[in-house]
Design a protein around this ligand. Structure first.
Ligand code: SF4
Length: 689
């Protein structure tokens, strides 16, 4: 390691890879993988490797702006504070909202949550993580009594069988995939991929089950019924640690014979039998799931169907055996921990009256929120209906990324006061802002992020803040001060905020669960620079029980929902997702010429038979339409698409092209438990232009 290298963490996905970054010139940074970081052990994927190409100042927002006019910080912050105060005074605290981001650092998230839930007095702070993993959160709470992830990356090394469900891990979490491949090479770990699409992740799998979209509950319940018939349940674990509802096995046994499950899931019975046999033969099983599970209209039930399997067979809390939700964003998990979701309060507490009172005392809060706020889809619906009159969007681009994004744009255009804090001057959402606030970005700011296995790592600043850009925590705190709460937001540096977060987390359950964070808070700055993994990721059951009143986990009765037949006018099913070398709406990855080479334009992947029926050939321009909107794409024919299904990528925006606008297409429908939108199964039509 060169003397000048700084240890930091990748800006992109929830794998949370460690980086050694060296400043080599004016806004030039050399990037290397950190061999000592346990998440990646020196490896980086293409996105992380090319981070150095994205730290230039082209397109940066460098000064506070009111409309198109450059102003000083005081003027911009005074205006934001005044408009929020006036709106609250006139229409109440629920007339304002924050929409934040898994790109924020934990310290930013903490301060935003504190301002909204403790001082403004509303639960209306939600995050783009709602779009990413809130069904996993809801599933964890139903099963374990808390949002705990009972797995770590080490489990991937110890597993004999890894089942990837709804995850193109090779593209979306490449370093996790490399780790799986290494375990496979060293130990012969078996790999099953469950995904309607044949993706790159399937190429080295022992088995790919291309199930019908939305049939995951039938698949998992069928396997669980098989395990019961074959005597594969862990009766001792069930007796000691799990509560089973009276109707649970009735739900599992329904239509559970091999032929019925194969028919519902539209897979060959022989393939299903192979899946059952692999599961039976390999008790050390990790089921790793991602957006194919979470971004479904029954996502929470799908999460619980997976967890049920692991609880009933005792494949949890042991090395190499766990259900493992892998997060998309670099700090979705940090947001969950500080209460960045509208449905949680802070430090994983819910809105139970004793928790509201406890957090209120801790913050000396003048106006505690007493109930959950609006979740993302409902929040933007409320903006559109005029119920939210002042909105602050931080580090995210909902005008592109929300489902039914055209409606979100109309809502933003009609909102009386929109604030956007971002690193980029011209974003699709920023075009609707009355005030734009320049934030510092990766390599300029300091703080912490929490990855999928709940390991807390540092992001460190190595470049000076450009122009007048400031950290998000500073911007939010300055608004809090100007709204009249100076002492509550008098932070001088991110470590002050982290320590307060740590103290708050030890408030819960007598301080036992978050001892790790509290410990570091107690020993000061040196520990903040060298934190150990968060212990609840590695030892979720160290106290011998789950976080339910009786200490038992819950099996949750989930039944397969009826799968809808194709609609006459919208006969295809649209699935959406990521490309390997792009990230979200391309504000950062779009700056890297090398990353653009992988996929230069957005492609609509169509099954060849569906294409032929419509006269579509490879390379044709096609119109993809849904009841919500339409956009143009170039067609590519792919046997990896099941007949009747197609796929488009999420990244492109008005700034890069006139077509490829996937966000316009999905329905704004959500899972009933989590509020997470279903992006994976929109009724669609496609035609040659
Ligand atoms: Fe960054 Fe994720 Fe790639 Fe790791 S796997 S280098 S965290 S984008």
């Amino acid at each position: 390691m060169s003397e000048a290298a700084v240890r930091t963490t990748c800006a992109y996905c929830g794998v949370g890879c460690g980086i050694r970054a060296t400043v080599t010139g004016d806004r030039q940074v050399k990037i290397e993988g950190d061999p000592d970081h346990p998440a990646n052990r020196g490896r980086l994927c293409s996105k992380g490797t090319h981070l150095g190409e994205t730290v230039g100042l082209d397109g940066r927002l460098l000064h506070p702006m009111i409309g198109d006019k450059r102003v000083g910080w005081d003027k911009a912050l005074d205006l934001v504070a005044r408009r929020f105060k006036e709106t609250i005074a006139r229409h109440g605290p629920d007339s304002v909202a924050f929409y934040v981001s898994g790109q924020l650092l934990t310290e930013d998230y903490y301060v935003a949550n504190k301002l909204m839930k403790g001082f403004i007095g509303s639960g209306n702070i939600d995050t783009n993580s709602r779009l990413c993993m809130s069904s996993a959160v809801a599933g964890h709470i139903r099963a374990f009594g808390e949002d705990v992830v009972p797995a770590s990356y080490d489990d991937l090394d110890a597993a004999d069988l890894i089942i990837l469900v709804g995850s193109n891990t090779a593209w979306c979490h490449p370093i996790v995939y490399q780790r799986i491949m290494a375990a496979r090479a060293e130990r012969g770990t078996k790999l099953v991929v469950i995904d309607p699409r044949r993706t790159e992740t399937c190429e080295d799998a022992d088995l790919h089950l291309a199930i019908r979209p939305g049939s995951d509950v039938a698949l998992m319940n069928g396997l669980l019924a098989h395990c019961r018939r074959e005597g594969l349940l862990d009766e001792a674990f069930l007796t000691a640690h799990v509560a089973t509802p009276d109707d649970f096995w009735d739900a599992i046994e329904e239509d559970s014979d091999l032929w019925s499950v194969a028919k519902t899931c539209d897979v060959a019975p022989a393939d299903l039998k192979q899946y059952y046999d692999l599961f039976a033969a390999n008790p050390r099983t990790v089921t790793l799931f991602s957006q194919g599970i979470n971004q479904a209209l029954r996502g929470t039930d799908q999460v619980n169907a997976i967890i049920n399997l692991h609880l009933a067979t005792g494949r949890i809390g042991k090395p190499g055996a766990a259900p493992f939700s892998i997060t998309g964003q670099p700090n979705a998990m940090g947001g969950r921990e500080v209460g960045g979701l509208a449905s949680t309060l802070a430090a994983h507490m819910d809105f139970a009256p004793e928790n509201v009172a406890r957090v209120g005392r801790f913050w000396s809060a003048p106006a505690m929120a007493t109930k959950p706020g609006l979740k993302a889809v409902d929040l933007f619906r409320a903006v559109g209906e005029g119920r939210i009159k002042a909105l602050w969007v931080m580090a995210t681009n909902p005008a592109v990324s929300m489902p039914d994004a055209g409606r979100v744009r109309e809502a933003l255009a009609a909102c009386p006061f929109v604030v956007v804090s971002d690193v980029i001057a011209d974003t699709d959402t920023g075009r609707f802002a009355h005030v734009r606030l320049p934030a510092t970005g990766w390599a300029e700011k300091d703080g912490t992020v929490t990855n999928s296995e709940r390991r807390i790592s540092r992001q460190r600043g190595l470049l000076p803040a450009p122009g007048e850009a400031r950290p998000d925590w500073w911007i939010i705190s300055e608004v809090g001060k100007r709204m009249g709460w100076g002492s509550a937001f008098a932070y001088e540096r991110p470590a002050d905020i982290y320590r307060e977060h740590a103290r708050l987390s030890t408030y819960q359950n007598g301080g036992a669960r978050l001892f790790d964070i509290g410990h570091h808070a107690a020993i000061g700055n040196a520990a903040y620079d060298a934190m150990e993994p968060n212990l609840w990721g590695g030892q979720p059951f160290a106290d011998g029980g789950f976080s339910t009143p009786d200490g038992r986990a819950r099996l949750v009765s989930v039944r397969q929902a009826k799968l809808a037949d194709p609609l006459k006018d919208w006969p295809l099913t649209l699935n959406t997702g990521r490309y390997r070398d792009q990230w979200h709406t391309m504000t950062r990855t779009g700056l890297s010429p090398k990353l653009a080479r992988h996929r230069e334009e957005p492609l609509a992947e169509i099954n060849p038979e569906d294409a032929e029926r419509r006269g579509i050939a490879e390379g044709d321009i096609v119109r993809v339409a849904t009841p919500q909107g339409e956009s143009l794409f170039r067609a590519t024919l792919s046997e990896g698409q099941r007949r009747g299904e197609m796929f488009t990528p999420i990244h492109w925006t008005d700034r890069q092209s006139s077509g490829g606008r996937t966000g316009l297409l999905p329905r704004p429908l959500t899972d009933p438990h989590s509020g997470q939108p279903g992006f994976k199964s929109t009724p669609t039509q496609v035609e040659k232009v």
